[in-house]
Design a binder for this molecule. Structure first.
Ligand SMILES: [Zn+2]
Length: 387
């Protein structure tokens, strides 16, 4: 993990310098004269985003009808990759009237499990999006998975079509990626089954599944104007793709710095003397080579609560690490013909069906044939590898 962050930091630092120059130019363009400070960054970066990358949601949303995204996008990609099929059920009890249920069938027609989708925001509902299960897979207990995906999309007014944003589309693919990890589980013990994996692995299948949202074949299949069925105009598609690369030097930089702090604090031996917090932090960050004057860590040591109380304990790097895994695995797909049953089967056999029954690095190597590499992650975020 330290080696990974050491490779990520220089590329991020180079991108931060470019972005900081843009932000300074934006400050000057408005006729203001002052030195850029971290607390100015968001305000002026937002102006740049609006000018260069802003997606007009009213222009985009008519292409994302929720049911079409679900069945012609999320389900379609899973069918093309893994051969699974879906049948909506209306006979199962639900805890909320607009929850939808589907039986998931395997490629041979046998029943794989059940899916519940609870997408709409409600007044009494916890915010955010997540996947979990009512019943976990286990051959010991003879149980098949019963999985739910929850989100908080804005419900359309009565009589209006259920149109969602591209962020929502991405969320659907993400949470369904977790669901596939649970559906394809083939373990004896429930504690090792499906998504019962470590933090630096569990987001790999979900983030990997997000890639199919923008895969040309999948995107063309679901992103259809809900009235006319027309495909999205290419300039609009390009805009969605470009927006993903905006401000990545800042976003990655504050995460790398925070992850490094987490790692270094937890690397101190038990016998180490009490540290001067500011000096320890400054020393750790200086070693990274990031310009933390412009982009400070997401959390400073003195209030980085979750590395102490919420169990990160040297695990905060996991979000960045799983980005490397999912970008690298998707690059493997692209290099091997993309959306094919053979590729999907390989991923299912070597990754998705294994739960926590093997070491993660062994699983990745078995799938790819080598260690994970950082190149595709840098490329997807608009960063070039540091020389
Ligand atoms: Zn997730």
């Amino acid at each position: 993990a330290l080696g990974f962050m050491a490779r990520l930091a220089p590329a991020t630092a180079a991108e931060q310098k470019r972005e900081a120059a843009d932000v300074r130019a934006e400050i000057a363009r408005g006729g203001e004269r002052f030195a850029l400070k971290p607390w100015d960054w968001d305000r002026y970066a937002e102006r740049i985003r609006r000018a260069r990358y802003d997606l007009d949601q009213d222009q985009v949303k008519p292409y994302f009808l929720l049911d079409t995204v679900l069945q012609q996008g999320v389900f379609f990609a899973a069918n093309q990759l893994y051969g699974v099929t879906f049948k909506e059920r209306h006979d199962l009890p639900v805890y909320q009237p607009d929850v939808r249920t589907f039986t998931v069938y395997d490629k041979d027609g046998s029943e794989l499990g059940l899916m519940y989708f609870d997408y709409w925001k409600r007044d009494n509902k916890q915010g955010g999006a997540w996947m979990s299960n009512f019943v976990g897979q286990s051959t010991l207990l003879g149980t098949k998975p019963v999985i739910y995906n929850v989100a908080n999309f804005t419900k359309p007014a009565p009589g209006q079509p259920a149109l969602i944003t591209f962020d929502d589309v991405t969320t659907m693919f993400h949470e369904f990626g977790h669901a596939l990890h649970g559906l394809f589980a083939a373990q004896m013990y429930p504690t090792l089954s499906g998504t019962n994996t470590a933090r630096d692995w569990v987001e790999f299948p979900s983030q990997f599944n997000e890639h199919w949202a923008l895969d040309p074949t999948v995107f063309a299949h679901y992103a259809r104007q809900y009235r006319t069925g027309a495909a999205m105009p290419q300039p609009l598609v390009d805009k969605i793709k470009r927006a993903a690369k905006f401000n990545q030097g800042y976003a990655l930089g504050e995460l790398v710095a925070a992850a490094e702090l987490d790692m270094k604090w937890h690397s101190l031996p038990a016998a180490a003397p009490l540290q001067d917090v500011d000096a320890f932090e400054a020393g750790t960050l200086a070693g990274l080579g990031l310009d933390t004057a412009d982009v400070p860590p997401r959390y400073r040591s003195s209030y980085f609560l979750h590395i102490w109380g919420n169990g990160y304990s040297a695990g905060y790097y996991a979000y960045l690490w799983t980005q490397m895994l999912d970008d690298d695995a998707y690059a493997w797909f692209v290099g091997h013909g993309g959306l094919t049953r053979a590729n999907g089967q390989r991923f299912r056999d070597l990754i998705l069906s294994r739960g926590h029954t093997q070491d993660y690095d062994a699983m990745f190597r078995a799938f790819y044939g080598r260690e994970p590499e950082i190149g595709p992650m840098l490329e997807n975020r608009g960063l070039s590898p540091a020389s």
